[in-house]
Design a protein around this ligand. Sequence first.
Ligand SMILES: Cc1cc2nc3c(=O)[nH]c(=O)nc-3n(C[C@H](O)[C@H](O)[C@H](O)COP(=O)(O)OP(=O)(O)OC[C@H]3O[C@@H](n4cnc5c(N)ncnc54)[C@H](O)[C@@H]3O)c2cc1C
Length: 569
Amino acid sequence: MDVDVLVVGAGPVGLVAAGQLGRLGVRTLLVEPRREVVPHPRARSINVRTNEIFRAWGIEDEIRSACLPVEWGEQMVFTRTLAGEEIGRVPMRTQGTRDGIEYSPCAWLLSSQDRLEPILADHAARQSSVEQWWGRELVGLEQASAAAGPAAAVTAVTATVRAAEGGSERVVRARWVIGADGASSFVRKAIGVRMVGRHGLGALVNTQFYADLGPWTDHRPAALYWTTAPAANVFQKIDPHGRWLCQISPDAAKGDPRDLAPDQAADWIRRSVGVEDLEVRVVDTIPWSVSCTVAEHFRVGRVFLAGDAAHQLPPSGGFGMNTGVQDVHDLAWKLAGVTQGWASERLLDTYMAERAPIAEWNSQRSLDNGRAVAHIRRMAEGARPDLHGDAGLPLVRRYTNFVGMDLGLAYEAGALVPDGSAAPVVEDPVVDYVPVARPGHRSPHHWFRRAGRPTSSLDLFDARFVLLAGPGGGPWRRAAAGVAAPLEVMVVGEDLEDLEGPSGTWAEVYGVERDGAVLVRPDGMVGARFRHGGADLTGRFASALAKIVGPERASGAGRISGDTPPGGR
Ligand SMILES: Cc1cc2nc3c(=O)[nH]c(=O)nc-3n(C[C@H](O)[C@H](O)[C@H](O)COP(=O)(O)OP(=O)(O)OC[C@H]3O[C@@H](n4cnc5c(N)ncnc54)[C@H](O)[C@@H]3O)c2cc1C
């Protein structure tokens, strides 16, 4: 079998990769040894930025219906036992708003992987160019060269895929491979990439169970209930039907956490709740170890790494799955460009240039969060807990308020054309977010009315370039006509009615004159900004696009999209 892209692993990252490649019309095969999604909650946090991707796909409402109501994500509660003395509460401000200003049409959501993944798998299944092979695992990977010698260009990857129960093998030839096969990645080992960072920072036993914890939680809904007696734990509500997760630390397990039997876990939960006769039904106990590592390389030849295969983050803050989802959202349009002939292979080098610094930054901040929560807990355990005093406030602020880290993500180098402007200076990049359409940043959210309906600027960006021009920017239509890449031009005031918000008009939010324009990439990141119109729009636009997708591909032959008719509108 021949495919353009082979995606290895159907965790959240592989499923998003397949879904996005499918939306871009790329022939994709997804292989996964399991026959169904893992029935264990694992990561719960869906960041605002990740949810924006799901909104663009039209599955945001479906995902929201698989999430806890928003009030369950608005605070953390610290107690001794869950039913015992409350030590303090810490508000969480991770939503897409700050100080009443809306930064996104999407909210931060609390779901769990076992509820999210079936929706992502259905979405991938609806893409006609995507085939999914569940129950089959990758057992061999070889990169073939056109000629012999170390410098020979790799032309294809030959993958051997075997039925997970053993038995028949099939060979797949893929132009490109995405290894989204998790922390113990077969793909990463096959291409000889090392993880750098700190392994084994801690071990946790995720215990999924049913119990009625309503009497101690319904009146104070929270994302996390930290308990300190008899030892540190965190309780997390999974669904409205009495399903919970308790992350038990190995101290509690006393000895090897893998040996924690279900009845011991149930007993531990009763003691941590502080109710000896609590009815607890343990579903499963899964030990896992916390690491903070990033791969040395995100690409070798035609093989890319993404998600936990490329970085493992401590769970504090919930950035692991989100970072992985955003990796493949970055990679998918680049692979589409190369396989469909409108981008040069050099574009693929920008994947690591863009994503590795983000993985590094997010993993370090997740480590900080782990330290912060340990410190907050120690304060909370003190005789005079002062979570909001001078010592506590900066930690609390950083651990529970990630708007800057979530929406302020930016690439300094990659598939973008710097416009000479400096990144906004903020007091704390984890907490503070300033909407800015500087190349390399996420395009800011701004409300328009389109065909009579309120439309976020973010609703315009999915699976093709968009050149968004100001009210005097009509001439940009002709300048962008006839390019090879899939592209749509939209002019504010003609195609979109500007609904001025608290931060001003669209042109003010995006930092352009009335006749300026912003080129937004298919992943919603700003590729280039033209602050004003003027002479030689065609040359300026062609030059910018060529810097993004590669000079030999930016115009003329190879056109695959009918989005922009030759000669413009
Ligand atoms: C037990 C456990 C508990 C966790 N709890 C939390 C938590 O509470 N909070 C949090 O933020 N994060 C948690 N995590 C981490 C979180 O689950 C990951 O960050 C997230 O799943 C990463 O997604 P992924 O798609 O990159 O990898 P994964 O979800 O690991 O998916 C990888 C997929 O690849 C498949 N695969 C493996 N080998 C092959 C092969 N040879 N061929 C084909 N497919 C293959 C696997 O079957 C799997 O489905 C937990 C992880 C584990 C293991």
